[in-house]
Design a protein around this ligand. Structure first.
Ligand SMILES: [Zn+2]
Length: 482
């Protein structure tokens, strides 16, 4: 019998807000443990939560981009469970009435477009962080420490329909989602830092069946590669269990990155285990239509729209447009250059070429360098008006990237201004003609391609500073004299 794989993903994204979901504590990462805390996020008796408006705005923005319907009313609920990372013994989440429902995200897998349904987008708060001494997990550690700095950080949960049909599709879905969240600036979406996390629900069923098979939930998928590997391992396990005539147990499993297998963690909890009930301290969320509309208007261009514009209006190749858009910060940098009237194609070429090479070599991002869009725009202007050649620009750029100085200053300091003075160039050209009688004769006998060699000699004599267009012109003129 042929089987198909059915996967649904639950993604948690940390929202880019300055303060927590229900209190004014900072969400800053990396502070001393238990310093970003207050009576509200540590669940002291008698406190009252207040909803973070920015978190709602960012979640609505995401839901709109994911083509969801925004619920006219949604309700916060208490999800009850006991664990040391949860000081209140419940997590405020949304259960029956989430913020948004019924959306989709389009992905492209092996050249084929796939529409993955989004069941819901809802808001909740994060738990604290447990640090287990001497081991990665609580098992085998000598003691465990609790850091509540993360407790109460706004989280957005995005749940897909069971529309994903392979571990590869799951990986592509997460990559596409990450890119989108970064693009619309709702989440920095770094899987390795945990600001974007995902769990997968997987089952298999006979091909053509409509009823879902028994699913397992896979946790601890911390990288894109991990998502694919974990789900592949679980897919194989399901097939083997069923082929052996046994039944899949509904349970939660975790992915062991070292053995690349999944291991049973606990039997899967049912929703009623959490004894959800409406949070009595928070009123229902009813975002005004005008507000939702203004959020929609401020979303701006999405990657697909930008790509079309880069190609149609700016004349970039599809490839170049994709490279720029793959990193939202690079696209932003590029657009800042355009605002400064930099020529689009040249700006794209330098960004994708020399600047990206520098970033890769130094393991930096475009936001971490001292070379600003204004400097690139200035450099491009100097190339355009003939003040420096493209070749010299490479030298200047290397210097500017290394020390972050102004382009004009570097050019001046190093005496790199392009030689566009005709008199000076003619003098050098005459010397080159006198010193290279062989090639000159060949040229005059009709082998005009040799002019490239002579141009090279002039460039060499000027240490690359001669204006190549002018050299070509003047050299042609001089060679036609006898
Ligand atoms: Zn707090």
């Amino acid at each position: 019998m042929k089987y198909e794989t059915v996967i649904g993903l639950e993604t948690h994204a940390q929202l880019l807000t300055a303060s927590k979901m229900f209190c004014s504590c900072s969400t800053k990462f990396g502070n001393r443990p238990n310093t970003n805390i207050c009576p509200i996020c540590t669940g002291q008796p008698g406190v009252l939560p207040v909803v973070n408006k920015k978190a709602i705005e960012l979640a609505i923005k995401t839901a709109l981009v994911l083509n969801c319907q925004i619920a006219p009313q949604s309700i916060f609920a208490r999800k009850n469970y006991f664990y040391p990372d949860l000081p209140k013994n419940y997590q405020v989440s949304q259960y029956e009435l989430p913020l948004a429902i019924n959306g989709y995200l389009e992905i492209v897998v092996n050249g084929e477009r796939r529409k993955i349904g989004i069941t819901r987008v809802h808001l909740e708060e994060d738990a604290g962080k447990l640090v287990h001494k001497g081991a990665a997990r609580i098992m085998g550690s000598s003691e465990s420490l609790v850091d509540y700095n993360r407790t109460g950080t706004p989280l957005m949960e995005i749940v897909t329909e069971p529309d994903i049909r392979s571990p590869l599709e799951a990986k592509v879905f997460m990559e596409t989602l990450q890119h989108l969240l970064q693009f619309i600036q709702v989440c920095d979406a770094k899987m390795e830092e945990g600001s974007l996390r995902c769990d997968g629900n997987i089952s298999i069923r006979p091909l053509g069946a409509t009823k879902l098979g028994t699913k397992t939930e896979v946790k601890n998928m911390n990288t894109f590669r991990g998502i694919q590997k974990a789900l592949e391992a679980e897919e194989v396990r399901h097939r083997e269990v069923i082929a052996a005539g046994e039944k899949i147990m509904q349970e939660t499993r975790y992915f062991d990155e070292i053995t690349e297998t999944t291991k049973a963690m606990r039997s899967k909890e049912e929703a009623h285990d959490y004894r959800y009930f409406p949070e009595p301290d928070l009123v229902p969320l009813e975002p005004e239509a005008d507000w939702v509309e203004s959020i929609k208007l401020n979303i701006g261009e999405l990657p697909e729209q930008k790509k079309s514009r880069y190609i149609a209006a700016l004349g970039l190749s599809a490839e170049d447009a994709e490279v720029l858009l793959a990193t939202p910060a690079l696209a932003k940098y590029f657009e800042a250059c355009l605002e400064l009237k930099a020529p689009a194609k040249a700006a794209a070429n330098w960004l994708i070429g020399d600047i990206t090479a520098y970033l890769n070599e130094h393991e930096k991002t475009i936001t971490e360098i001292n070379f600003l869009p204004a400097q690139l725009a200035e450099m491009l202007e100097m190339i355009e008006n003939g003040a420096i050649s493209g070749k010299i620009a490479k030298i200047v750029l290397t210097e500017a990237l290394a020390i972050g100085k102004e382009i004009k200053e570097i050019v001046k300091e190093k005496g790199l201004t392009q030689v566009s003075d005709e008199g000076e160039l003619v003098k050098i050209i005459k010397e080159v003609i006198a010193n290279n009688p062989g090639p000159v004769t060949q040229y005059r006998q009709g082998k005009t391609g040799i002019i490239g060699f002579l141009v090279g000699q002039v460039m060499k004599a000027t240490q690359g500073r001669a204006n190549p267009r002018l050299v070509n012109q003047l050299l042609g003129k001089e060679l036609s004299k006898n």
